[in-house]
Design a protein around this ligand. Structure first.
Ligand SMILES: [Zn+2]
Length: 252
C-alpha cells in the first residue's frame, strides 16, 4: 500500500511502505508529519494514525490485517505496528523494548546530570597547571640557587639547600592542588579550561578529598600515566585517581 506525506506545503508520494519506514527511521517523517494513503478520508498526523490503530478492536485489527508493519529501530526487523511501542519517532519491537528503554535511561543520565569533561580538555588543563607550577617553583628556586652559589664547597649547606629545594617541589604542588580544588573545585588550569572536579553526585569535593586526590594522581603518574589515559576509554571520563576518590571532572 502506498503512502503520501506532506513536506511543508508539498505533497510527496506515492511511496512504498518500505521507503516510508526508511523515512520514519531517518526521522524525515515523524509523528507530527501529515500523511495520507488510499482508504483514509483525510490527511492526518502520523502519530494520530498510529495511535488510533492501537485503539481498534481485535476484529478491526484483523480486518486491517498485518499490512501495517514498521521496522524496529533496534533490530531492523519488521513487525506489526500493533505489537510495537513507539518512542517519539522510533518504533521498537517487544523483544528490543528492554534494551531500548535502558538506552534511553542511560542517554538521559549522561545529558541530564553531569557533563563529563573529555580527555583532551583535561590534558590542556594539566599543561597550564604545569606551567603555573613551574613559574611558582622558579620563584622559590632562584633565591635557593643564589644561596647555593655562595656556599662554595660547604657540603653540609649544599645538602640542606638541596633538601629545602626538594621539599618545595613536593609541597608546592600538593598545596596548590589541595587549596584550589578544595576551595574552588578547580586549579587555575581547570578554571582556564572551564572544567571542575566534583564528587560523583555533583557535590564539591572539599579539602580532605582534594588532598587525597593529589596522592592518587601521583599513582596515575607512577604507572606511566596510564591512570590518566583511562579517562579516554571511560564512559564517565574517569581517570584512575577519579575512580579511587569517587570524583568526576565536569564542564562548568
Ligand atoms: Zn527489535
Amino acid at each position: 500500500m502506498s503512502w503520501y506525506y506532506a513536506e511543508g506545503n508539498q505533497k510527496v508520494g506515492p511511496i512504498e511502505k518500505t521507503e516510508f519506514y526508511e523515512l520514519v527511521k531517518s526521522k524525515k517523517i515523524n509523528s507530527k508529519t501529515r500523511v495520507w494513503r488510499p482508504g483514509m478520508s483525510n490527511w492526518e498526523e502520523l502519530g494520530r494514525v498510529a495511535g488510533r490503530r492501537a485503539d481498534k478492536t481485535p476484529q478491526a485489527r484483523q480486518a486491517i490485517g498485518s499490512a501495517d508493519q514498521a521496522q524496529c529501530s533496534e533490530c531492523g526487523q519488521a513487525f506489526a505496528i500493533d505489537d510495537m511501542i513507539r518512542f517519539e519517532d522510533a518504533w521498537v519491537c517487544a523483544t528490543c523494548k528492554p534494551v531500548f528503554v535502558q538506552k534511553i535511561k542511560e542517554g538521559l543520565q549522561v545529558s541530564g546530570e553531569l557533563n563529563y569533561a573529555g580527555f583532551w580538555i583535561r590534558f590542556g588543563a594539566i599543561i597550564i597547571d604545569i606551567l603555573v607550577l613551574s613559574a611558582v617553583n622558579m620563584i622559590f628556586q632562584i633565591p635557593l640557587s643564589i644561596v647555593m652559589a655562595s656556599t662554595g664547597n660547604n657540603t653540609a649547606q649544599f645538602v640542606i639547600i638541596q633538601l629545602i629545594s626538594t621539599l618545595f617541589q613536593l609541597i608546592i604542588p600538593a598545596v596548590y592542588a589541595t587549596w584550589f580544588l578544595g576551595k574552588y573545585g578547580a586549579t587555575p588550569g581547570k578554571m582556564a579550561c572551564k572544567i571542575k572536579v566534583v564528587r560523583s553526585d555533583g557535590e564539591s569535593i572539599g579539602y580532605g578529598r582534594a588532598f587525597g586526590r593529589y596522592f592518587a594522581k601521583g599513582l596515575s603518574w607512577l604507572i606511566l600515566g596510564i591512570g590518566f589515559l583511562m579517562a579516554a576509554f571511560d564512559d564517565q571520563r574517569r581517570t584512575l585517581h577519579d575512580r579511587i576518590c569517587d570524583t568526576r571532572v565536569v564542564r562548568k
